[in-house]
Design a protein around this ligand. Structure first.
Ligand SMILES: Cc1cc2nc3c(=O)[nH]c(=O)nc-3n(C[C@H](O)[C@H](O)[C@H](O)COP(=O)(O)OP(=O)(O)OC[C@H]3O[C@@H](n4cnc5c(N)ncnc54)[C@H](O)[C@@H]3O)c2cc1C
Ligand code: HEM
Length: 400
């Protein structure tokens, strides 16, 4: 909780800080990386720095945290903090690094806002920073205790080219570790310029299988540069190679219990959903599960047959697919897009008979998840029953 004096100052200065936060975070990263180039080379995702997404996510999270502190004291934004802590833990962020971030963040605040940063203002925002940092440090400590920290060697026991743009890699970590269906690992690769860049990949099979499978979509450069790590994995990694991976982290995990589920994905976002379904099948679950998937076309739909087979193996599951392009012969009745019948267009949940206590897990591009979430809320699903994973910095927080 903020001290009463700081709460007054933070409330009064929130609009000024929020208005300048993008400029502040840009300055923060520029100065921190100028003095500590290894952080950009070997820890931060330089693609997300170049396209500005990480800046937006950081700014959004600080604004959301400060707003919660003054408007709903005692009620921290737990989902957001857990998401950040899991991402940090998968990257091996240390407690000591919070002082480094503090130094450059506050330097940037003073540089951007100048005389507006009186000693009281600095003191109040310092309190905000350390409240957030200490909460994250505590969560990260628990995650490290539970899952371990640092890099493990994993041998690629199989590579499969699933489509022209997607390959899956079956990994056998030197240290066997379990995970919860829906979690991801960080993969660290050394690129030709010597940078050790890190990316996250969801595990796309069940923990019961022992080996871990990741399914990687190559990010093609169209209007922007080609994705560095996905292209490197596609070009260089074959069976027998060894990768550096983190322990599994992530909090979009299969909801526990026997209640009904809606698992909705689009494109490569199917990976955590496959893990959940594979686990349900491996444990002989009869849970009611509605599986919704949207894609460009059946050919672009990665693990299409596997998804259908998993649904067929689950007595309580139904599959509902939508494709933007679908050959006329494969078009089903859009209002009843059920088992093995696909519909044309964007996912439309209005025809699904959603039970009142359904819990939803979403994964896919933001526009897809926004649209699905809006429909779910309209159909009466409480916001607390809707969980999601974003395959990049969480810009949803920032836009909220
Ligand atoms: C929790 C989580 C789970 C994930 N699971 C999966 C998964 O199962 N499968 C999967 O395929 N992916 C997954 N991802 C995404 C994955 O981590 C990578 O983000 C993805 O592979 C792209 O990485 P990259 O290095 O190839 O691209 P990057 O090099 O990071 O590029 C990212 C984007 O930035 C753009 N960019 C780069 N430089 C510039 C520039 N100078 N100006 C403008 N734009 C620029 C690129 O064009 C690209 O669009 C997941 C991500 C998260 C966070
Ligand atoms: C209170 C302090 C901090 C806040 C509020 C914060 C916030 C965030 C947020 C919001 C994200 C994006 C998470 C997501 O959407 O998945 C993130 C990612 C990240 N954070 Fe932090 N962070 C803090 C401290 C640190 C520290 C101390 C380090 C280490 C130097 C660090 C390194 C990273 C890295 C490397 C990423 C991933 C970047 C990327 O993938 O582009 N953060 N952080």
């Amino acid at each position: 909780m903020l001290s009463p004096e700081s709460a007054v100052t933070v409330r009064a200065t929130l609009p000024v800080i929020a208005g300048a936060i993008q400029e502040i975070t840009a300055r923060f990263y520029d100065t921190m990386f100028a003095d500590n180039p290894e952080l950009l080379r070997d820890l931060f995702n330089r693609g997300n720095q170049a396209n500005g997404e990480q800046r937006v996510a950081l700014a959004g999270s600080i604004a959301a945290f400060a707003t919660a502190l003054v408007e709903r004291p005692g009620e921290l934004p737990g989902t957001m903090l857990s998401r950040i802590a899991n991402k940090h833990a998968s990257l091996g962020v240390t407690e000591e690094q919070y002082a480094v971030v503090h130094k450059y963040l506050f330097g940037a605040i003073v540089e951007v806002l100048g005389d507006a940063v009186t000693p009281e203002v600095a003191q109040a925002w310092d309190e905000v920073y350390w409240l957030m940092a200490e909460t994250l440090i505590g969560l990260e400590r628990d995650l490290y205790r539970e899952a371990g920290r640092g890099w493990t060697r994993a041998t690629v026991v199989e590579r499969r080219d699933e489509t022209a743009d997607v390959a899956s890699f079956l990994l056998r970590p030197d240290t066997p570790m379990s995970f919860r269906p829906g979690q991801y690992v960080s993969v660290q690769v050394t690129l030709p310029d010597g940078a050790r860049q890190i990316r996250q990949y969801s595990l796309s099979n069940a923990p019961e299988r022992g080996d871990w499978r990741i399914t990687v979509k190559r990010v093609r450069g169209e209007d922007a540069p080609e994705g560095e790590v996905s292209a490197w994995l596609h070009e260089h990694v074959r069976a027998g190679d060894v990768l550096a991976v983190s322990a599994p982290f992530g909090d979009l995990t299969l909801p526990e219990g026997d209640g009904p589920l809606l698992l909705a994905s689009a494109g490569i976002g199917v990976t955590p959903i496959l893990s959940m379904l594979d686990h349900l099948a491996a444990t002989g679950s009869s849970r009611r599960v509605m599986v919704v998937h949207a894609d460009r076309s059946p050919d672009a739909h990665v693990h299409r047959e596997e998804l259908a087979d998993l649904v067929a193996a689950l007595p309580g599951a139904t599959l509902h697919r939508w494709y933007e392009d679908l050959p006329p012969a494969q078009v089903g009745d859009a209002a009843h897009a059920a088992d093995h019948v696909a519909a044309v267009g964007r996912a439309d949940l209005s025809a699904l008979d959603l039970p009142g206590d359904v819990v939803a897990c979403l994964c896919g591009p933001l526009p897809f998840m926004r649209a699905v979430r809006a429909q779910l809320v309209e159909l009466g699903v409480p916001a607390s029953g809707i969980h999601y994973e974003v395959f990049g910095p969480d810009l949803w927080i920032a836009a909220a």
